[in-house]
Design a protein around this ligand. Structure first.
Ligand SMILES: Nc1ncnc2c1ncn2[C@@H]1O[C@H](COP(=O)(O)OP(=O)(O)O)[C@@H](O)[C@H]1O
Ligand SMILES: [Mg+2]
Length: 325
């Protein structure tokens, strides 16, 4: 165990029946930084959070949080962590303020202290106006903010946020991002799971990509994006053409992936400036007929395609933001 790490997992594995939810995952998070664990539904993100927050035991491997073993010293770990998850702990029948006061009292704060902390957190999370309304009527974004506030009542140095923005509208997501950033400015160490590449990119110091329980890549957002390309060029041809890959390669910053029996070509590109026109010209010159051409930011599917070498299926939802010709 490295003393600079607030969180450290060493070859943790967990199996549920036939499903290998986590498969020998090694990860570490330095104090005061955000690790984003990025992966699709079912990747094993929540299983990892449950192990590190002592809610479930790993089948094998070891993990430490704030220097304490998550199995042997579970109680000590619990005193150091805050958790916000998909199964929220809020009481719908209470107001936002009452929820926060209750959490404080359950954690043995005196009532006056719990009330004071509630006021502070309601302010921090911009919930003052809704403070005395029943949580049942809160919007999704307000609920998430209150849930996050509840996890902060005892000022834990380590926080686990399990998909804190899934299902939120873009404005609420941005708002949540701002608040998450502030937590780290205040010195917290964060383990944040997400299905969104842009979220990991916006918030994380390091990103760990997991799929089917396996860690398939990790690095800084810059390192991962360098591997993926900042933009992707995708060309669909009317019919396969032997020279097309070479023509595209000349414009690309990495290798060209060919799928669909030679019809679909995709390549990372450094900049989209003038690219569609250049690509169309180059393909036209060799007599390749273009059906469709688009430049877009890599989606999570693209990240996985690049990292695993498996092309995403064409019917998947991609965050296409591109220029169609
Ligand atoms: N309690 C459980 N019983 C059976 N299977 C589970 C259980 N918890 C998780 N799984 C399975 O383990 C895999 C990983 O789940 P999970 O960690 O929840 O993924 P994620 O949070 O990334 O969506 C999934 O295939 C899921 O169905
Ligand atoms: Mg989950």
């Amino acid at each position: 165990m490295n003393k600079n790490n607030m969180i450290e997992a060493e070859a943790i594995s967990k199996r549920y029946g036939e499903t290998q939810a986590l498969d020998r995952v090694d990860l570490e998070v330095a104090a005061g930084t955000i690790l984003s664990v990025l992966g699709p539904n079912g990747a094993g993100k929540t299983t990892g959070v449950r192990i590190l927050t002592t809610l479930t035991k790993p089948d094998s491997g070891r993990a430490w949080v704030a220097g304490h073993d998550v199995v042997a010293e579970a109680a000590a770990v619990r005193r150091k962590i805050g958790v916000t998850g998909q199964d929220a702990t809020l009481d719908d029948a209470l107001t936002g303020r009452q929820n926060l006061v209750m959490v404080g009292e359950l954690s043995r704060l005196r009532r006056a202290e719990a009330k004071r902390r509630a006021v502070e957190l309601l302010g921090l999370f911009e919930l003052e106006d809704a403070a005395d309304r029943i949580v049942k009527g809160y919007s999704g974004g307000m609920r998430r903010r209150l849930d996050l506030a509840a996890s902060l009542v005892m000022r834990p140095p380590v926080l686990f946020l399990d998909e804190p923005t899934t299902g939120l509208d873009p404005t609420s997501r941005r708002r949540m991002w701002t608040m998450i950033r502030e937590l780290v400015t205040d010195g917290a160490t964060l383990w944040l799971t997400t299905q969104y590449l842009d979220e990991a990119d916006a918030l994380a110091d390091r990103i760990a990509v997991i799929d089917h329980g396996r860690l398939i890549a990790q690095g800084t957002p810059l390192e991962l994006k360098a591997a993926i390309g900042s933009q992707l060029l995708e060309v669909t041809l009317a019919s396969p053409h032997a020279g097309a890959a070479e023509a595209i390669e000349a414009l690309a910053s990495g290798s060209v992936h060919i799928t669909g029996g030679g019809l679909r070509l995709r390549a990372p590109v450094a900049s989209e400036h003038g690219l569609v026109i250049s690509a169309l010209r180059a393909l036209d010159e060799i007599g390749a007929q273009v059906d469709d051409i688009v430049v877009h930011r890599p989606s999570l599917d693209d990240v996985f395609a690049t990292l695993t070498g498996v092309a995403p299926s064409p019917d998947q939802d991609e965050e296409t933001e591109g220029v169609a010709a």
